[in-house]
Design a protein around this ligand. Sequence first.
Ligand code: G3P
Length: 248
Amino acid sequence: MILTKICLFILHSSIICTFAPEKNNSNMYYLADTANIKEIEKLLRYFPLQGVTTNPTILATENRKLSKILPELANLMDGKMLHVQMISEKAERMVDEAKKYREITADKCDFYAKIPITEEGFRAIPMLKKAGFKVTATAIFTHQQALVAARAGANFVAPYVNRLDNISSHGIEVVSHIVKSFNDFKLPTKVLAASFKTVDQVHRVSLTGCYSATISYELLERLRSHPMTDTSVETFLKDGKNLYDIPF
Ligand code: G3P
């Protein structure tokens, strides 16, 4: 009996821990994982977006040079977060690169140097912090990589949910472990979950208490909309057509 009670207590505590929300935040941060100017302009009209993230693959899908896209992205952000990935392989060059991009984006956005966590990437994080940059550690696939990146001083870590799911790992579980440790250790680093292919992945990631996610335009649209919302609105319009007679 006592043993059963102890087991139930442990089970209950572990469920609470797994889903304990990240502290000091009361809202979900949605970022757009795209460099498509039209998509971002459209989203900014109605979606409560906190920023945009880019990487070389995203730029490749646009097939436009960074020199053209970067100023446009910064202008659109108007103070919101812009996470731009460095392509240099050496830490010193990553810092030079970040300095150049910060110069180009000036004060138009909240600039984050996005650093893939290679050996040189880890070396670059404290160097960038010292130079006054905010840093997002990206291409995170394990809980330990996230902890090391936090230790190095990253402001955000970006674990890749769908890519983890696709290698028979568990993206949501990895995110939930990172969130739990960041909370347990009271670390200031935040989790920016990335790489999503389904609305359900975003849904389950937000239940882990991870309150920031960067998501493609298509998926942001899918999670915002619902066919039942559209049919309900159609019915409201039909039903109210001849009854709403107050001029305004
Ligand atoms: O932000 C990281 C992200 O772009 C990786 O996503 O869809 O290429 O796995 P994906």
